[in-house]
Design a protein around this ligand. Structure first.
Ligand code: FAD
Ligand code: NA
Length: 388
């Protein structure tokens, strides 16, 4: 084959951003490969024909940022709706607003506390373990917001997320639990938020809408029967941007980095609207899933093209990932961090290969972080390689 100037492994937001920048700045030819049958990585979505819902295939994705460079960049490829993210939780037969705020507190205690009164109450309840050093997540939670609110809204939800009793989880998993002493339940605090007007996939297709960018799907970088494989590219000296798992690149030679994954169960209802909101958390152990996503409700501006009589919901079940599962959230224990640091050394030494994205750097990144780090990686690492 005639090799391109750059091969990008992974058609997620990191890879697409780097490819777009390489073409825009240097006019080079870029080949993007992905093992999946679609572009977009974990931000990919598709339209559900029956309901008219846009389903986020790898879990609910909300775009938000306070980074001007990222906001300006993404707006070149899509506009955003005025969607504002809000989450509700079902606990003990009642629905409460989240994050825990004055509305949650007053509903929970059947009270009409002022902000100062609610704060005094939470401080007093959090004082239960005063003077002790919380050794596990359960004690940490109590010491942050007091036992009643912790046990109602955090304890069992966290237990389901980790499939582990919070008494057996390290205290370090949480540093703070946000409590708002007013009625503001807007989830994100960023300057900008919204959903891409024509959907995630249309946004990402526009990023690479250029004849110098070619995409090959269903193609694994490590499969030596395909031309863009690791060995062949190294032999030909083609620069590579790699956004797959860093431990996989090095054949797990130092051990495996640990992740959590999420299983989705799809349920359809003969109703126009099942929850009345896009995200419903389930705070109690009697419901085995952590939360349910009703995708139609992310796009109320599309009501006219949605089915008024049917809706689709995805229930989320969280668990530890095995090899072969989709890796979603880095576990990030001290051992994992130390192991990643050793892989990072190997990655730095790897000639003509730039590692990036959430899998390539073992980080939980939101989309705006991934785009920001991709713009920087392009400038600092990829462009110098292309000019050599
Ligand atoms: P990915 O999107 O994972 O792309 C990497 C690509 O590399 C994949 O397509 C993969 O198939 C491909 N690949 C891997 N190995 C190989 C190989 N050997 N050969 C070929 N291709 C390979 N962010 C937000 O901003 N807001 C949210 O609300 C939000 N919610 C999220 C919910 C969940 C459940 C998850 C898991 C993530 C969420 N994110 C959210 C984060 C967001 O998904 C990521 O920031 C972003 O998608 C990461 O882009 P990436 O390019 O780094 O990685
Ligand atoms: Na193209």
């Amino acid at each position: 084959v005639e090799y391109p100037d750059l091969v990008v492994v992974g058609a997620g937001l990191f890879g697409l951003t780097v490819a777009q920048q390489a073409v825009e700045h240097l006019g080079v030819r870029v080949e993007i490969i992905d093992v999946r049958d679609h572009i977009g990585g974990n931000a990919y979505s598709y339209m559900d024909e029956e309901t008219g819902a846009e389903i986020h295939k790898y879990g609910a994705h909300l775009f938000h940022t306070s980074n001007k460079r990222v906001w300006d960049y993404v707006n070149r490829f899509t506009s955003f709706t005025d969607y504002v993210h809000r989450v509700y939780a079902t606990h003990d037969g009642e629905v409460y607003p989240l994050p825990i705020n004055l509305g949650t507190i007053n509903q929970f205690f059947h009270a009409h506390y002022t902000p100062a009164e609610a704060k005094a109450l939470v401080d007093e309840q959090a004082g239960e373990l005063a003077g002790t050093d919380p050794k596990n997540l359960n004690d940490k939670g109590i010491s942050l917001i007091g036992r009643p609110l912790y046990e109602a809204f955090i304890k069992n939800y966290t237990g389901k997320q980790w499939q582990t009793d919070p008494k057996d989880l390290p205290a370090g998993i949480i540093n703070r639990l946000p409590v708002r002493f007013n009625y503001d339940n807007r989830y994100f605090r960023d300057t900008w938020e919204g959903l891409p007007t024509d959907g995630y996939t249309a946004w990402m297709e526009r990023m690479i809408d250029d004849p110098r960018i070619h995409v090959t799907l269903r193609t694994d970088f490590f499969d030596e029967s395909q031309p863009y494989n690791r060995k062949a590219l190294a032999a030909a000296g083609v620069p590579v941007v790699y956004t797959g798992p860093v431990d996989r690149y090095f054949d797990y030679s130092l051990g495996e980095l640990k992740w959590r994954t999420v299983d989705f169960r799809e349920v359809r209802y003969d109703e126009g609207d099942h929850f009345g909101c896009p995200v419903m958390n389930f705070s109690d152990p009697d419901v085995p899933y952590t939360r349910a996503i009703e995708f139609k409700n992310f796009n109320p501006e599309r009501r006219a093209s949605q089915n008024p009589d049917r809706t689709v919901v995805w229930e989320e079940y969280s668990r530890f990932a095995e090899r072969g599962d989709e890796p979603y959230y880095p576990i990030n224990t001290e051992a994992d961090k130390a192991l990643y640091a050793r892989y990072e050394e190997l990655a730095k030494a790897e000639p003509r290969t730039v590692f990036g994205g959430r899998l390539g750097t073992y980080k939980y990144y939101d989309m705006h972080n991934v785009i920001d780090t991709a713009l920087t990686a392009y400038e600092e690492q990829v462009e110098p390689l292309l000019k050599k």
